[in-house]
Design a protein. Structure first.
Length: 256
């Protein structure tokens, strides 16, 4: 079932989204050569505590997962696409990092992700991240009343495929509200004019995932969570929580 949020509820989701934005900004600024993923996870946890918010990631266990997720941030490095578990790995010069983070505040959830490089960037990584951001912007631009989910999916997929990148099938965005994952699903590729109609009050987490090699294959790592590219190529993941309104899309996790 798709819940339509009131304008007051959307304002409350914005507050949760701003906790997410602050955490991702904090993590991005702290990420440097030699810093461990566990240290970044703890910094993100500090932002939650300061805001009086909780983590929808910590302890989360969907049907596919062998164990509850043990952290507040998903930290995916290089060939990891999404769902990376923070550990003692220390960032190295040239790493490509994707950080996904969520917060629940006063009964409402926010969810967002960023990708960035550490130290000296590879030009190919910068192109990959830039394309992911452009795909996200295209998806957000399509998130307007009167369109359908397929229009968002088509906008994202068109940008990704035109640049020659792969798209991991079966993973994409989702509805969001009182829970982190709600209906409807938001694929990263699809046909325009198809799927659930977009209406004022819907809230969606829109999240392109790109594979640099142009191939779509991925596999689950032994930890049961991390998804990695089959060919070892690098991946990028970006995301915003967006409200569909009569005045146009409202990005609730915008970073200032």
């Amino acid at each position: 079932m798709v819940e339509l949020k009131t304008d007051t509820s959307i304002d409350a989701m914005y507050e949760a989204g701003q906790v997410v934005a602050r955490a991702l900004t904090t993590v991005r600024e702290a990420a440097d050569v030699g810093v461990s993923l566990l240290e970044l996870d703890e910094l993100a946890h500090d932002v939650l505590r300061a805001a009086g918010a909780t983590s929808p990631f910590l302890g989360y266990r969907p049907s596919f997962a062998p164990t509850p997720f043990p952290a507040v941030v998903c930290a995916s490095v290089n060939d990891a696409i999404v769902h990376g578990i923070p550990d003692g790995y220390r960032l190295r010069d040239g790493d490509l990092v994707s950080m996904d983070f969520g917060a629940q505040l006063n009964g409402w959830a926010g969810d967002s992700a960023i990708s960035f490089t550490v130290g000296t960037p590879r030009p190919a990584d910068l192109r990959l991240i830039d394309t992911a951001e452009r795909a996200l912007a295209a998806g957000i631009a399509a998130a307007v009343v009167g369109n359908r989910i397929g229009d968002i999916a088509h906008a994202i997929g068109t940008v990704c495929r035109a640049a020659g990148y792969g798209i991991p099938q079966g993973f994409g965005g989702h509805g969001i509200g009182r829970q982190m994952h709600e209906d409807p699903g938001v694929p990263n590729e699809g046909r325009p004019g198809r799927g659930f109609p977009l209406r004022h009050g819907m809230a969606l987490a829109i999240e392109p995932m790109l594979i640099a090699s142009g191939k779509d294959g991925y596999h689950e790592a032994p930890d049961g969570w991390t998804l990695r590219t089959n060919d070892g190529s690098r991946a990028a993941h970006v995301e915003h929580t967006v409200a569909i309104t009569d005045g146009g899309p409202r990005v609730l996790t915008e970073r200032r």
